[in-house]
Design a protein around this ligand. Structure first.
Ligand SMILES: NC(=O)c1ccc[n+]([C@@H]2O[C@H](COP(=O)([O-])OP(=O)(O)OC[C@H]3O[C@@H](n4cnc5c(N)ncnc54)[C@H](OP(=O)(O)O)[C@@H]3O)[C@@H](O)[C@H]2O)c1
Length: 276
Protein backbone atom coordinates (compact mmCIF):
# COMPACT_ATOMS: atom_id res chain seq x y z
CA UNK A 1 0.00 0.00 0.00
CA UNK A 2 1.47 3.32 -1.08
CA UNK A 3 0.18 6.56 0.41
CA UNK A 4 0.28 9.61 -1.86
CA UNK A 5 -0.13 13.12 -0.50
CA UNK A 6 -0.95 16.15 -2.64
CA UNK A 7 -2.91 13.63 -4.68
CA UNK A 8 -5.18 16.29 -6.18
CA UNK A 9 -2.20 18.40 -7.25
CA UNK A 10 -0.01 18.25 -10.34
CA UNK A 11 2.69 15.74 -9.43
CA UNK A 12 0.66 13.85 -6.80
CA UNK A 13 -2.17 13.22 -9.24
CA UNK A 14 0.28 11.98 -11.88
CA UNK A 15 1.83 9.63 -9.28
CA UNK A 16 -1.63 8.29 -8.37
CA UNK A 17 -2.33 7.53 -12.03
CA UNK A 18 1.04 5.86 -12.66
CA UNK A 19 1.01 3.68 -9.55
CA UNK A 20 -2.63 2.74 -10.05
CA UNK A 21 -1.92 1.80 -13.69
CA UNK A 22 1.02 -0.32 -12.47
CA UNK A 23 -1.44 -2.31 -10.38
CA UNK A 24 -0.20 -1.05 -7.04
CA UNK A 25 -2.59 -0.52 -4.15
CA UNK A 26 -2.82 3.24 -3.80
CA UNK A 27 -4.26 5.40 -1.05
CA UNK A 28 -4.68 9.12 -1.61
CA UNK A 29 -4.58 11.54 1.28
CA UNK A 30 -6.82 14.51 0.49
CA UNK A 31 -8.40 17.30 2.47
CA UNK A 32 -11.72 17.17 0.59
CA UNK A 33 -12.67 13.68 -0.63
CA UNK A 34 -15.92 15.01 -2.11
CA UNK A 35 -14.04 17.03 -4.77
CA UNK A 36 -10.92 14.85 -5.14
CA UNK A 37 -12.02 13.28 -8.46
CA UNK A 38 -9.52 10.38 -8.41
CA UNK A 39 -9.73 7.20 -10.53
CA UNK A 40 -12.06 4.42 -9.36
CA UNK A 41 -10.10 1.83 -7.36
CA UNK A 42 -7.94 4.43 -5.63
CA UNK A 43 -8.71 4.59 -1.93
CA UNK A 44 -9.36 8.16 -0.86
CA UNK A 45 -8.85 9.10 2.79
CA UNK A 46 -9.42 12.46 4.39
CA UNK A 47 -6.46 13.99 6.24
CA UNK A 48 -4.57 17.25 6.64
CA UNK A 49 -0.78 17.33 6.80
CA UNK A 50 -0.95 20.43 9.00
CA UNK A 51 -2.87 18.38 11.59
CA UNK A 52 -0.95 15.22 12.62
CA UNK A 53 -3.96 13.97 14.57
CA UNK A 54 -5.97 13.68 11.35
CA UNK A 55 -3.62 11.12 9.75
CA UNK A 56 -4.39 7.87 11.61
CA UNK A 57 -6.75 6.38 9.01
CA UNK A 58 -4.47 7.39 6.14
CA UNK A 59 -1.40 5.74 7.69
CA UNK A 60 -2.93 2.42 8.65
CA UNK A 61 -1.21 -0.43 6.73
CA UNK A 62 0.97 1.87 4.60
CA UNK A 63 4.32 0.51 3.32
CA UNK A 64 5.63 3.48 1.41
CA UNK A 65 4.81 7.16 0.94
CA UNK A 66 5.01 9.51 -2.04
CA UNK A 67 5.23 12.73 -0.09
CA UNK A 68 4.18 16.05 -1.62
CA UNK A 69 4.45 18.60 1.17
CA UNK A 70 2.38 21.81 1.47
CA UNK A 71 5.58 23.84 1.60
CA UNK A 72 5.71 26.44 4.40
CA UNK A 73 1.98 26.13 5.11
CA UNK A 74 2.34 22.93 7.18
CA UNK A 75 5.98 23.25 8.31
CA UNK A 76 5.05 23.66 11.98
CA UNK A 77 3.55 20.15 11.93
CA UNK A 78 6.43 18.64 9.91
CA UNK A 79 8.52 17.15 12.76
CA UNK A 80 5.57 15.14 14.12
CA UNK A 81 4.16 14.18 10.73
CA UNK A 82 7.52 13.06 9.31
CA UNK A 83 8.22 10.98 12.42
CA UNK A 84 4.82 9.29 12.12
CA UNK A 85 5.32 8.58 8.41
CA UNK A 86 8.76 7.10 9.10
CA UNK A 87 7.44 4.91 11.94
CA UNK A 88 4.82 3.46 9.63
CA UNK A 89 6.48 3.28 6.21
CA UNK A 90 9.66 1.58 5.00
CA UNK A 91 10.32 4.04 2.19
CA UNK A 92 9.52 7.72 1.72
CA UNK A 93 9.87 9.40 -1.65
CA UNK A 94 9.84 13.14 -1.06
CA UNK A 95 9.16 15.73 -3.77
CA UNK A 96 11.78 18.40 -3.13
CA UNK A 97 13.27 21.18 -5.21
CA UNK A 98 16.62 21.80 -6.89
CA UNK A 99 18.54 24.20 -4.66
CA UNK A 100 16.89 23.02 -1.44
CA UNK A 101 18.67 24.64 1.49
CA UNK A 102 17.75 25.61 5.03
CA UNK A 103 16.88 29.32 4.68
CA UNK A 104 14.10 29.93 7.18
CA UNK A 105 10.82 31.16 5.75
CA UNK A 106 11.71 30.45 2.11
CA UNK A 107 10.30 27.74 -0.17
CA UNK A 108 13.72 26.19 -0.81
CA UNK A 109 14.42 26.40 2.91
CA UNK A 110 11.25 24.46 3.65
CA UNK A 111 12.37 21.71 1.25
CA UNK A 112 15.78 21.50 2.91
CA UNK A 113 14.09 21.36 6.30
CA UNK A 114 11.82 18.48 5.24
CA UNK A 115 14.80 16.60 3.75
CA UNK A 116 16.67 16.96 7.04
CA UNK A 117 13.69 15.83 9.10
CA UNK A 118 13.29 12.76 6.90
CA UNK A 119 17.00 11.92 7.08
CA UNK A 120 17.00 12.29 10.86
CA UNK A 121 14.41 9.50 11.16
CA UNK A 122 16.77 7.06 9.41
CA UNK A 123 13.96 5.78 7.15
CA UNK A 124 14.88 4.62 3.64
CA UNK A 125 14.24 7.62 1.46
CA UNK A 126 14.52 9.06 -2.02
CA UNK A 127 14.52 12.78 -2.72
CA UNK A 128 13.22 13.92 -6.09
CA UNK A 129 14.46 17.48 -6.42
CA UNK A 130 12.56 19.10 -9.27
CA UNK A 131 13.38 22.20 -11.27
CA UNK A 132 10.63 24.56 -12.39
CA UNK A 133 7.34 22.85 -13.22
CA UNK A 134 5.92 23.42 -16.68
CA UNK A 135 2.65 23.48 -14.73
CA UNK A 136 3.55 26.91 -13.34
CA UNK A 137 2.67 28.27 -16.78
CA UNK A 138 -0.99 27.43 -16.08
CA UNK A 139 -0.80 30.84 -14.37
CA UNK A 140 -0.85 32.25 -17.92
CA UNK A 141 -3.97 30.33 -18.90
CA UNK A 142 -6.53 33.01 -18.14
CA UNK A 143 -4.77 35.86 -19.96
CA UNK A 144 -4.11 33.56 -22.93
CA UNK A 145 -7.77 32.52 -23.07
CA UNK A 146 -9.18 36.01 -22.68
CA UNK A 147 -6.56 38.28 -24.32
CA UNK A 148 -4.11 36.04 -26.19
CA UNK A 149 -1.26 37.41 -24.10
CA UNK A 150 1.45 36.22 -21.70
CA UNK A 151 2.66 38.86 -19.25
CA UNK A 152 5.93 38.28 -17.41
CA UNK A 153 8.70 40.43 -15.97
CA UNK A 154 11.46 37.89 -16.63
CA UNK A 155 11.85 37.63 -20.40
CA UNK A 156 15.39 36.21 -20.47
CA UNK A 157 15.17 33.63 -17.67
CA UNK A 158 15.93 30.28 -19.29
CA UNK A 159 14.16 27.44 -17.53
CA UNK A 160 14.29 23.74 -18.27
CA UNK A 161 10.69 23.28 -17.16
CA UNK A 162 9.56 19.75 -16.49
CA UNK A 163 6.30 17.90 -17.15
CA UNK A 164 4.62 16.79 -13.90
CA UNK A 165 4.33 13.26 -15.31
CA UNK A 166 8.13 13.00 -15.57
CA UNK A 167 8.65 14.15 -11.99
CA UNK A 168 6.10 11.58 -10.84
CA UNK A 169 7.68 8.89 -13.03
CA UNK A 170 11.07 9.28 -11.34
CA UNK A 171 9.48 8.98 -7.90
CA UNK A 172 7.33 6.04 -8.98
CA UNK A 173 10.40 4.19 -10.32
CA UNK A 174 12.15 4.77 -7.02
CA UNK A 175 9.16 3.31 -5.17
CA UNK A 176 8.66 0.32 -7.44
CA UNK A 177 12.34 -0.56 -7.68
CA UNK A 178 13.24 0.31 -4.07
CA UNK A 179 15.83 2.89 -5.12
CA UNK A 180 16.68 4.44 -1.77
CA UNK A 181 19.36 6.74 -0.42
CA UNK A 182 19.35 8.69 -3.65
CA UNK A 183 18.74 12.35 -4.45
CA UNK A 184 17.57 12.81 -8.03
CA UNK A 185 17.66 16.25 -9.61
CA UNK A 186 15.12 16.33 -12.42
CA UNK A 187 14.51 18.87 -15.19
CA UNK A 188 12.88 19.04 -18.57
CA UNK A 189 14.85 18.38 -21.76
CA UNK A 190 15.26 21.94 -23.12
CA UNK A 191 16.08 25.41 -21.86
CA UNK A 192 13.41 27.96 -22.77
CA UNK A 193 12.65 31.61 -21.99
CA UNK A 194 9.09 32.77 -21.30
CA UNK A 195 8.72 34.35 -24.79
CA UNK A 196 9.86 31.04 -26.34
CA UNK A 197 7.32 29.11 -24.26
CA UNK A 198 4.58 31.58 -25.22
CA UNK A 199 5.48 30.97 -28.89
CA UNK A 200 5.20 27.21 -28.42
CA UNK A 201 1.79 27.62 -26.77
CA UNK A 202 0.65 29.71 -29.76
CA UNK A 203 1.89 27.06 -32.21
CA UNK A 204 0.15 24.20 -30.40
CA UNK A 205 -3.02 26.25 -29.92
CA UNK A 206 -2.99 27.41 -33.53
CA UNK A 207 -3.82 30.93 -32.31
CA UNK A 208 -1.75 34.06 -31.72
CA UNK A 209 -0.24 34.52 -28.25
CA UNK A 210 1.92 37.63 -27.78
CA UNK A 211 4.49 38.16 -25.05
CA UNK A 212 4.31 41.40 -23.08
CA UNK A 213 6.99 42.27 -20.55
CA UNK A 214 5.50 43.63 -17.34
CA UNK A 215 7.36 46.00 -15.03
CA UNK A 216 9.04 44.78 -11.85
CA UNK A 217 6.40 46.70 -9.84
CA UNK A 218 3.60 44.89 -11.69
CA UNK A 219 5.29 41.54 -11.09
CA UNK A 220 5.61 42.33 -7.37
CA UNK A 221 1.93 43.30 -7.13
CA UNK A 222 0.87 40.17 -9.04
CA UNK A 223 2.92 37.85 -6.80
CA UNK A 224 1.56 39.54 -3.70
CA UNK A 225 -1.93 38.35 -4.73
CA UNK A 226 -0.96 34.69 -4.10
CA UNK A 227 2.13 34.81 -1.87
CA UNK A 228 2.62 36.32 1.60
CA UNK A 229 4.01 39.81 1.05
CA UNK A 230 7.03 39.05 3.27
CA UNK A 231 8.14 36.32 0.86
CA UNK A 232 7.75 38.25 -2.40
CA UNK A 233 11.04 40.17 -2.25
CA UNK A 234 12.97 36.99 -1.37
CA UNK A 235 11.28 35.12 -4.19
CA UNK A 236 12.14 37.89 -6.66
CA UNK A 237 15.76 37.96 -5.45
CA UNK A 238 15.88 34.19 -6.05
CA UNK A 239 14.51 34.65 -9.56
CA UNK A 240 17.07 37.40 -10.25
CA UNK A 241 19.81 34.94 -9.30
CA UNK A 242 18.33 32.22 -11.48
CA UNK A 243 18.00 34.61 -14.44
CA UNK A 244 21.71 35.25 -14.23
CA UNK A 245 22.35 31.50 -14.10
CA UNK A 246 19.94 29.47 -16.26
CA UNK A 247 18.58 26.14 -15.02
CA UNK A 248 20.65 23.22 -16.31
CA UNK A 249 19.21 20.50 -18.54
CA UNK A 250 19.79 17.25 -16.68
CA UNK A 251 19.58 13.69 -18.06
CA UNK A 252 17.94 12.21 -14.92
CA UNK A 253 14.53 11.45 -16.40
CA UNK A 254 15.94 9.33 -19.22
CA UNK A 255 18.48 7.70 -16.91
CA UNK A 256 15.84 6.68 -14.36
CA UNK A 257 12.80 5.96 -16.52
CA UNK A 258 14.53 4.80 -19.71
CA UNK A 259 12.37 7.15 -21.78
CA UNK A 260 13.04 10.72 -22.96
CA UNK A 261 11.84 13.62 -20.83
CA UNK A 262 8.67 15.12 -22.24
CA UNK A 263 9.13 18.38 -24.12
CA UNK A 264 7.35 21.63 -23.33
CA UNK A 265 5.39 21.19 -26.55
CA UNK A 266 4.09 17.85 -25.25
CA UNK A 267 3.16 19.45 -21.94
CA UNK A 268 1.18 22.17 -23.73
CA UNK A 269 -0.62 19.55 -25.84
CA UNK A 270 -1.56 17.72 -22.62
CA UNK A 271 -3.02 20.94 -21.18
CA UNK A 272 -4.55 22.47 -24.30
CA UNK A 273 -8.02 22.67 -22.75
CA UNK A 274 -6.66 25.03 -20.08
CA UNK A 275 -5.35 27.49 -22.69
CA UNK A 276 -8.31 27.33 -25.07
N1 LIG B 1 6.11 24.73 -8.80
C1 LIG B 1 7.40 24.44 -8.96
O1 LIG B 1 8.05 24.90 -9.91
C2 LIG B 1 8.05 23.50 -7.99
C3 LIG B 1 9.38 23.09 -8.19
C4 LIG B 1 9.96 22.18 -7.28
C5 LIG B 1 9.22 21.73 -6.21
N2 LIG B 1 7.93 22.16 -6.03
C6 LIG B 1 7.17 21.64 -4.88
O2 LIG B 1 6.18 20.74 -5.33
C7 LIG B 1 5.15 20.66 -4.35
C8 LIG B 1 3.80 20.79 -5.04
O3 LIG B 1 3.63 22.13 -5.46
P1 LIG B 1 2.50 22.62 -6.47
O4 LIG B 1 2.54 24.10 -6.42
O5 LIG B 1 2.66 21.93 -7.77
O6 LIG B 1 1.17 22.19 -5.78
P2 LIG B 1 0.12 21.09 -6.25
O7 LIG B 1 0.76 19.75 -6.06
O8 LIG B 1 -0.44 21.38 -7.59
O9 LIG B 1 -1.03 21.29 -5.19
C9 LIG B 1 -0.83 21.18 -3.83
C10 LIG B 1 -1.37 19.84 -3.29
O10 LIG B 1 -1.14 19.79 -1.88
C11 LIG B 1 -2.38 19.50 -1.23
N3 LIG B 1 -2.38 20.18 0.07
C12 LIG B 1 -2.26 21.49 0.31
N4 LIG B 1 -2.30 21.71 1.65
C13 LIG B 1 -2.44 20.50 2.23
C14 LIG B 1 -2.54 20.05 3.58
N5 LIG B 1 -2.51 20.92 4.60
N6 LIG B 1 -2.67 18.74 3.83
C15 LIG B 1 -2.72 17.83 2.81
N7 LIG B 1 -2.61 18.19 1.50
C16 LIG B 1 -2.48 19.51 1.23
C17 LIG B 1 -3.45 20.07 -2.16
O11 LIG B 1 -4.64 19.39 -1.90
P3 LIG B 1 -6.08 20.07 -1.76
O12 LIG B 1 -6.89 19.46 -2.85
O13 LIG B 1 -6.52 19.64 -0.41
O14 LIG B 1 -5.88 21.56 -1.88
C18 LIG B 1 -2.86 19.68 -3.53
O15 LIG B 1 -3.13 18.34 -3.81
C19 LIG B 1 5.45 21.76 -3.32
O16 LIG B 1 6.11 21.19 -2.21
C20 LIG B 1 6.38 22.67 -4.08
O17 LIG B 1 7.21 23.47 -3.26
C21 LIG B 1 7.34 23.02 -6.90
Amino acid sequence: MILITGATGKVGRAAVDQLHEAGVEVRALVRSPETADLPPGVEVVRGDLADPGSLDAALDGVHAVFLVWPTLAADAAAPVVVRRLAEQAQHIVYLSAIGADERAGAVLGSHGYLERLIDETGVDRTFVRAGGFAGNDLGWAESIRTEGVVREYYDAWRRSVIHERDIAAVGVRALLEGRTGTTYEVTGPESLTAPQRARIIAEVLGAPVRFEQMSREQMLAEMATWMPIGEVNDALAGMDEMTAQPEPVLPTVVEVTGGPARTYREWVADHLADFR
